[in-house]
Design a protein around this ligand. Structure first.
Ligand SMILES: Nc1nc2c(c(=O)[nH]1)N[C@H]1C(S)=C(S)[C@@H](COP(=O)(O)O)O[C@H]1N2
Ligand SMILES: [Mo]
Length: 418
């Protein structure tokens, strides 16, 4: 996103703020009608297609050829990206739900901002409010960015390193890249009267309260520094050119580029803005590194994701003994991928893959390919490792942490040549 920050009117001025925010009645009706029509097609279609016994709390269909179900979550099978363009279509984008997808009516939905970091310190009971139509009326921005779960690859701590960790044992399908359209969070924060004293915000979802081992932790919410909030965060209402689907945060979610997925709060309901640091279980008890080598209270809260690479192949793929072009993708929360290498002999020798995207998106992934003609039948392990623009690469082993976050080691992908 380009910075349009300075050109905006002085929105800390009350009159300007009201002028920009309030809609003419005609404009409001037009926007609401448009949004309503889009929603009927989007949400209604997904609901109608969902089988009655759909996985716990997920609205969209989860055909087994596209997804692996993990309780309230669904992981994308990597072969589902084969033949796709840069974007992950919504029908195969992974879903990570702490509880269940709520169905929210965009016409009555309001985004509420409150707290000591806003001018006049509006309270939670009397917040600054924005309707869906208000947001549609503000200048739209589009970004292409991945969202990746912090636990993506967690299953390999156990499968590859023999270590016990807690949490969903994802393979590498807890990631997707979409084109998100919405309003910059910075615009809305400034309209709401952000002060210089504000340091943290706390966006909170409208999904049900999360109960962890019998303890009610309240609704999903995770503090975000104001500095990141003002930099490149989007209040997204569209995904890949369609209204945000229910499972991905309808009507509005945050998209926090390059940061761990939990930052991108779905079904956004309210945002506390504070002049002091904020805490929730999602930046104290979860989403830090715990275990040997880490302080008792854990590492600093996790922010950027690490480098990963995946083949667009089924796990344990049976392949005929002939010429193949292996394809895959690599991504990093620290910027562009510069180099990808592949090994077809279990890591003994490596050769460069051909990067297919000439101008890699620092917030997305790159596609690559590698020709391979296996001569003998049997089981092989395919490995891919990448290096990003900061020089960060993928080690052979991921440093252990009890919650199994940030598995950035090279994954050994089994295939059988028949
Ligand atoms: N309100 C709310 N927001 C949420 C979550 C959630 O359970 N509730 N899960 C988070 C996590 S852990 C991830 S990885 C991403 C997943 O986004 P997706 O389901 O659209 O792929 O959403 C984040 N936002
Ligand atoms: Mo996540």
């Amino acid at each position: 996103m380009r910075s349009g920050y300075r050109k905006d009117p002085d929105l800390t001025d009350e009159a300007t703020y009201e002028g920009v925010r309030s809609l003419s009645r005609r404009g409001l009706l037009r926007l609401t009608a448009g949004a309503g029509a889009g929603l009927a097609a989007g949400a209604g279609g997904a609901l109608a297609a969902a089988p009655a016994e759909a996985a716990a709390g997920i609205v969209k269909p989860l055909p087994p050829e596209l997804f692996i179900e993990h309780g309230t979550n669904a992981e994308m099978r990597w072969e589902a990206m084969r033949g796709q363009g840069l974007l992950t279509p919504a029908d195969r984008f992974f879903v990570r739900n702490h509880v269940a997808t709520p169905l929210i009516d965009a016409r009555t939905w309001r985004l509420k901002l409150w707290g000591s970091g806003l001018r006049g310190a509006p309270t939670e009971e009397r917040p600054v409010e924005f309707s869906y139509a208000d947001l549609l009326r503000l200048r739209a921005e589009t970004i292409t960015a991945f969202i990746e779960c912090t636990g993506n690859g967690r299953g390999f701590y156990t499968a590859q390193q023999g270590q016990a960790v807690s949490g969903t044992p994802w393979r590498l399908g807890g990631v997707g890249v979409a084109r998100w359209r919405g309003v910059r969070l910075s615009t809305v924060l400034r309209l709401a009267g952000l002060t210089r004293e504000a340091v943290d915000i706390l966006p909170r979802g409208l999904d049900a309260e999360y109960v962890d081992k019998g303890e009610n932790l309240g609704r999903v919410r995770r503090p975000l520094p104001v500095a990141k909030a003002m930099k490149d965060v989007l209040l997204a209402y569209e995904m890949n050119g369609a209204p945000l689907p229910p499972d991905h945060g309808h009507p509005v979610r945050l998209v926090v580029p390059s940061w761990t997925g939990i930052a991108s709060i779905k079904w956004l309901g309210d945002v506390q803005v504070a002049a002091e640091p904020l805490f929730s279980p999602w930046n104290t008890r979860f989403y830090r590194l715990f275990g040997p080598g880490h302080p008792e209270e854990g590492s600093a809260p996790l922010t950027r994701t690490n480098v990963k690479s995946a083949f667009e192949l089924p796990w344990d793929a049976p392949l005929p003994a002939r010429a193949h072009v292996l394809r895959g993708r690599s991504w990093s929360g620290s910027g562009r991928i510069r180099r990808t290498e592949v090994s077809v002999d279990g890591g003994a020798t490596w050769r460069p893959a051909r990067i297919l995207d000439r101008h890699p998106n620092p917030r997305g992934w790159v596609r690559w390919e590698f020709p391979w003609t296996p001569r003998t039948a049997g089981r092989y392990e395919l490995l891919a490792r990448s290096t990003d623009e900061t020089g960060a690469s993928q080690p052979a082993t991921a440093p252990y942490n009890t919650l199994g976050y940030l598995f950035g080691a090279v994954v050994r992908h089994p295939v059988t040549i028949a």
